[in-house]
Design a protein around this ligand. Structure first.
Ligand SMILES: [Fe+2]
Length: 133
């Protein structure tokens, strides 16, 4: 299954949407690397890229929130921080164990968490940014 930016995930903010698109495409690349038996090395490499891209994306969203005094910034930031920690732990497992069934299932589960965050929290943020531009 490929992840894509379906209409229900489009926030309406150009920067956020383009970064979400890139995120999902990196996740697809990671799934491919894991599934095609490209081995641990390629998977770990894509995972590292994903981690850095998530950091960049979250930082960009947080910047937009601070610039506009977004009232829900603390909760949103806390989600980002927790999520980054989770990904870092996952990257440790990927590094030592590679794309095992267990690691892939955790990954899929965490992608689900991210997709819900986009659908609920980021859409709400984009609406605020639109109204306070
Ligand atoms: Fe977010």
């Amino acid at each position: 299954m490929k992840y894509e930016l379906t209409p229900d995930l489009v926030t309406g903010n150009k920067l956020i949407d383009s970064e979400h698109k890139q995120l999902l495409s990196t996740i697809n690349e990671l799934m491919d690397a894991c599934g095609q038996g490209k081995g641990r090395e390629k998977s770990v490499e894509v995972f590292r890229y994903l981690l850095s891209y998530v950091n960049k994306h979250f930082a960009d969203e947080e910047k937009l929130q601070k610039q506009t005094n977004y009232p829900e910034y603390p909760a949103h930031k806390q989600f980002h921080d927790t999520y980054k920690k989770t990904l870092e732990n996952m990257s440790q497992s990927f590094l030592t164990e590679g794309p095992t069934v267990k690691n892939l299932s955790t990954l899929n589960q965490q992608v689900g968490v991210l997709v819900s965050h986009i659908r609920m929290t980021d859409k709400k943020l984009a609406k605020y940014l639109h109204d306070h531009a």
